[in-house]
Design a protein around this ligand. Structure first.
Ligand code: FCB
Length: 437
């Protein structure tokens, strides 16, 4: 069955950050620090999904999706990141899972979508190797409760973005700006992933995936310095996270770090534990030029000549086809089936006088990206699912509530949900699908 779904993440939608024994996460801490997020916004309430989830499940039923990708908040399950398990946290996800199954929607949980328990940040976050074992422990207790009903699990969401924004540049939690000193946070996330795959399988999970953010990298010119910089970017964004998982080895990182002593014997074998699928999040290609400074080995030259989303991200549907066929060309038989675990766009969606929201550009975006995915499938790429980011407008990290990605509009003053035109379009589209193809 081809999975057609929508995606969300715990901190972006749940709110209720202090309820039922949930511990603090790095995003609670970070978003409450002055100057970290747009207009100081936080996920304290977000979409209030923790209380309104039945309404959100009903919205998915109306949409006609057969899958829902959401994330589990580690600090709800283990408030301190290890040891004591908070039963009400697991109860919440169990109720959600059972409600989804009851209406024929396959739950696809992600275990880590950036909301590390604050107690673990105080021990060094993902720079601390011990976090890997703790992540596997959390995976085990969660799967012990749910794997009898949940076949497909995702370990991490976008370890690249968490490393780059959280540890290299500091625009996301935990707000560290270590530049290439962030590399241990990549390795430890990947090692935690590998250990979690094993823990999930031991607890009965039948399928396990990792979700990577992948981007086609375009050199700004064919001049050698630009091509070399593009290659460096491709290594740090794409290959650093796909090669060890799929091939059991890292790309050559010697240009970026003098010390690789955080990689220990046996780690790569754990990281390369076979997967049932690779989750791919696609938003846009990246155009790279030779560096003008010496902090990083590349400059982001920006993609021009395409329409842009409200975020300013270029809209390049064919980039998805390029990405998927490129993954197949690079990894060949080592590439497992692919799930597009996120794709979507932000817009300034303002309700009209009559309350309707005509997000025609989002309809066009989704239509063209689904077509590009199908072209790649026609070229032999084994894609098994597509999830729209996102079901609801939500807390878009450092951008707060200013970037709206939802098929459903949320009025953050009243929590009123209003399906946009794209919701109705996707529902109509799904009615026309044979879900086996
Ligand atoms: C991805 C994140 C997701 C959301 C979208 C817009 O990088 O995984 O949480 O913020 O971007």
């Amino acid at each position: 069955m081809f999975l057609w779904g929508t995606a969300t993440a715990a901190y972006q939608i749940e709110g209720a950050t202090g309820e039922d024994g949930r511990g603090a996460s790095i995003w609670d801490t970070f978003s409450h620090e002055p100057g970290r997020t747009s207009r100081g916004q936080t996920g304290d309430v977000a979409c209030d999904h923790y209380h309104r989830w039945p309404e959100d499940v009903a919205l998915m039923a109306g949409l006609g999706v057969n899958a829902y990708r959401f994330s589990i908040a580690w600090p709800r399950v283990q408030p301190l990141g290890s040891g004591q398990v908070n039963a009400p946290g697991l109860d919440f996800y169990e109720r959600l899972v059972d409600a989804l199954l009851g209406i024929g929607i396959q739950p696809v949980p992600t275990l880590f979508h950036w909301d590390l328990p604050q107690a673990l940040e105080e021990r060094g976050g993902w720079l601390d190797r011990d976090v890997c074992e703790r992540f596997a422990g959390y995976a085990a207790v969660t799967a012990e409760r749910l794997a009898d009903r949940v076949p497909l699990w995702i370990t991490l969401n976008e370890p690249f973005v968490h490393m780059a924004y959280g540890y290299a540049t500091g625009v996301h939690a935990p707000g560290r700006a270590l530049l290439t000193g962030a590399l241990p946070a990549a390795h430890h996330q990947l090692l935690g992933h590998g250990l979690a795959v094993q823990a999930l399988r031991a607890a009965g999970a039948s399928q396990v995936a990792l979700t990577n953010n992948c981007t086609p990298v375009w050199p700004a010119s064919q001049e050698e310095p630009d091509v070399r910089a593009a290659d460096a970017y491709d290594i740090l964004h794409n290959r650093l996270f796909n090669d060890p998982v799929l091939l059991g080895k890292y790309p050559d990182l010697s240009a970026y770090t003098a010390e690789l002593d955080f990689i220990r014997e046996g780690d790569l074998a754990t990281i390369a534990t076979p997967l049932d699928a690779l989750g791919v999040n696609y938003y846009n290609p990246t155009r790279i030029a030779a560096p003008t400074g010496d902090a990083l080995p590349f400059d982001d030259a920006g993609v021009s000549g395409y329409p842009t989303t409200a975020f300013g991200w270029p809209v390049v549907p064919d980039g998805l086809r390029e990405l998927l066929t490129g993954l197949k060309a690079r990894y060949g038989t080592a590439l497992p089936p692919i799930l597009i675990t996120e794709n979507g766009c932000s817009q300034q969606d303002v309700p009209a006088e009559d309350g309707t929201i005509d997000d025609a550009a989002r309809v066009d975006f989704l239509d063209r990206h689904i077509s590009a995915m199908r072209e790649a499938m026609g070229e032999g790429v084994d894609v098994r699912g597509y999830f729209v980011w996102s079901l609801l407008d939500n807390f878009e990290w450092a951008e707060g509530y200013d970037q709206r990605f939802g098929l459903v509009h949320v009025d953050f003053d009243t929590q009123r949900r209003t399906p946009k035109r794209s919701y109705h379009w996707f529902a109509e589209f799904l009615r026309g699908q044979n879900t086996d193809t």
